[in-house]
Design a binder for this molecule. Structure first.
Ligand code: CA
Length: 228
C-alpha cells in the first residue's frame, strides 16, 4: 500500500510539473548525497527525513541537486512534505551557492502564524520579500512548494492530499540578486534548550509549472499558426 502511495505521488508531480529533475523519498533509509550545514542532527527514520536537535543546537539545513549536489538549471520548483513537530521555523531553500552569497527560502513560522519568502545569506541579514498569515498545526502533514524561475520567486503550503495543491501562489516576489542555479535545500531551526524537530519526505524537484504551460502553448501556436 505504501509503495502505491509513493508511486501516485510521483505520477501527480509529473502530470502537473513535467519532468522530475531530482527526487528523494528517503525510503532507502539514508540521505546519501545531501550536504549538511548547521548544528542539527540529520536522520532518516522509517523512510522520513528528520532535521532535529536538542540542547543548545539551533538550526540545520541539508542541500542537494541533480548534478553532484547542484541543480542543472536555475529554474525549478521544489516540493516536499513537511511535519513540524516542534520548532521555531522550517522550510525550503533554492539557489544556495554557499560562501557569502544570497539564496532564497520559504519559511514557515508557527509561533507567529506566518509564512515568509526571504532572500538570505548565511552571515548577515534576511531580507523579507513577501509574507502572509498561515496557521500551522504541530504534528500535521503539509505540502510545501518553493519555485524559482528567472527573477520570480513564489511559494505556497497546503494540507490534505498532494493532488489538492491550490493554483494560487501565497507568496510572490521579483528579485534578481541570485540567478545561479545553486542547490535546493531543506531547513529547520528551534530555540536552544527546547528540543525541536521537523520531518521532510517525498522531495521532488521539477521544471516550473508556468514554464511547462508556456512551452505547450508555444507548441500549439506553431502547429496551428494562430493563437486560437
Ligand atoms: Ca519516505
Amino acid at each position: 500500500m505504501k509503495n502505491i502511495l509513493v508511486f501516485s505521488v510521483i505520477i501527480v508531480v509529473q502530470m502537473c510539473f513535467g519532468e522530475v529533475l531530482f527526487s528523494d523519498d528517503f525510503n532507502d533509509g539514508n540521505d546519501d548525497g545531501w550536504a549538511h550545514l548547521g548544528s542539527a542532527s540529520f536522520q532518516v527514520i522509517n523512510g522520513r527525513y528528520f532535521i532535529h536537535a536538542q540542547g543548545s543546537r539551533g538550526q540545520g539545513k541539508s542541500l542537494n541537486g541533480d548534478q553532484s549536489g547542484v541543480m542543472s538549471t536555475a529554474d525549478y520548483s521544489v516540493l516536499s512534505s513537511l511535519v513540524m513537530e516542534c520548532g521555531m521555523e522550517s522550510g525550503l531553500i533554492a539557489r544556495y551557492t554557499g560562501g557569502d552569497q544570497w539564496y532564497y527560502r520559504m519559511v514557515v513560522k508557527p509561533y507567529s502564524s506566518r509564512i515568509l519568502l526571504e532572500r538570505k545569506k548565511d552571515t548577515g541579514p534576511s531580507i523579507l520579500m513577501d509574507q502572509c498569515s498561515f496557521t500551522l498545526t504541530a504534528g500535521s502533514q503539509y505540502w510545501i512548494r518553493l519555485e524559482v524561475e528567472g527573477d520570480s520567486i513564489r511559494g505556497r503550503i497546503w494540507d490534505g492530499p498532494i493532488g489538492q495543491e491550490p493554483e494560487e501562489w501565497m507568496l510572490t516576489a521579483v528579485d534578481n540578486l541570485q540567478g545561479e542555479a545553486g542547490s535546493l535545500g531543506l531547513f529547520a531551526g528551534g530555540y536552544g534548550r527546547i528540543p525541536w524537530s521537523s520531518i521532510f519526505d517525498d522531495v521532488a524537484v521539477s521544471a516550473p509549472a508556468e514554464q511547462q504551460l508556456s512551452s505547450v502553448t508555444w507548441a500549439s501556436i506553431k502547429a496551428t499558426g494562430s493563437f486560437k
